[in-house]
Write a protein that binds this ligand. Structure first.
Ligand SMILES: Nc1nc2c(c(=O)[nH]1)N[C@@H](CN(C=O)c1ccc(C(=O)N[C@@H](CCC(=O)O)C(=O)O)cc1)CN2
Length: 292
């Protein structure tokens, strides 16, 4: 039997509706609207698209968004001064600096300059550090990993004791998702491009999260029958038959994997939409922390 398709689009729609409802109730009760500042540096087209989508999503759920677009020639100091100004702005509950920053910026320093209470992206080194430590709680968790866990928990009632394999070790996805899986009491293996015998490692996975950026790298015969697969990869592959000249595929060969897995996220329409839904949820949480 083919795998259940985990539709991020549908789950995200529900989360967005819940956020919209709560925002409307709060505004009705006299609370201020939540506010998200988006900071975009440079002219990377994908980053522009993502920030536009985030601003549109904010508008749809009643969150104010304040967009800041800076040229790639902006200095580190100018960027951090903007963040500091936003830290002090009571209308801004969350600050999102779109990543990656253009070459030459000290990303860690920029992320560290965001006030912890406004770090809705969860990338502040203190929030990440707390995520990595037992008994410590981050104020916010990075949005894509949070979205992965939300989907996983919906389809797998018990994560505890399962073998989870994370393919990829990026700061944005691989490492934080591995930390979240450990917190959920899974037995976690992180593997990457330098690991030997990737197919052998992946065949042990009851849960597989891929975030490696290699189009359709994971083949169907690498998958343990019944596994739950969360494919975070967004890879553009040339396809002259498509209007844009490319199609978007994940890190997993979907056609093959769907015949073996128990459940799988599609690309597009899987983890991507969850990233933005979790950002809206975190911005609402930040507003509640600030305004009661
Ligand atoms: N500050 C941040 N920067 C980046 C993050 C982040 O969470 N915070 N994540 C990614 C990009 N990203 C959001 O910023 C993002 C990526 C993909 C999607 C999405 O919905 N993708 C669609 C497919 C899009 C396509 O066709 O190309 C899908 O998967 O259905 C949303 C947000 C890096 N930077």
């Amino acid at each position: 039997m083919p795998a259940t398709i985990i539709s991020g689009t549908e789950i995200a729609k529900q989360i967005r509706a819940d956020v919209a409802k709560e925002v409307a109730e709060r505004v009705q009760a006299g609370k201020p609207k939540p506010g998200l500042a988006t900071v975009l540096v440079g002219d990377d087209p994908a980053s522009h698209d993502y920030v536009r989508s985030k601003q549109k999503a904010c508008a749809e759920v009643g969150i104010n968004s304040f967009g800041y677009e800076l040229p790639a020639s902006t200095s580190q100091q100018e960027l951090e001064s903007l963040v500091k100004k936003l830290n002090d702005d009571p209308q801004v509950n969350g600050i999102l600096v779109q990543l990656p920053l253009p070459k030459g910026f000290d990303e860690e320093s920029v992320l560290s300059s965001i006030r912890l209470e406004k770090d809705v992206d969860g990338f502040h080194p203190i929030n990440i550090g707390r995520l990595a430590q037992k008994g410590r709680e981050p104020l916010f968790v990075p949005c894509t990993p949070a979205g992965c866990m939300f989907m996983l928990e919906k389809y797998l009632p018990k994560i505890e004791g399962k073998n989870a394999v994370v393919l990829g070790r990026s700061n944005i996805v691989g490492m934080p998702v591995a930390l979240l899986l450990i917190r959920a009491n899974a037995t976690v293996t992180i593997c990457h491009s330098k690991s030997s015998d990737l197919p052998g490692i992946i065949r042990q996975a009851d849960i597989l999260v891929t975030a490696v950026g290699r189009p359709e790298m994971v083949r169907g015969d690498w998958i343990k029958p019944g596994a739950v697969i969360i494919d975070v990869g967004i890879n553009h592959v040339d396809d002259p038959s498509r209007p844009k000249g490319y199609r978007v595929v994940g890190d997993v060969n979907f056609k093959e994997a769907v015949e073996v897995a128990g459940a799988i996220t599609p690309v597009p329409g899987g983890v991507g939409p969850m990233t933005i839904a979790m950002l809206l949820k975190s911005t609402l949480t930040a507003s509640k922390m600030a305004n009661g």
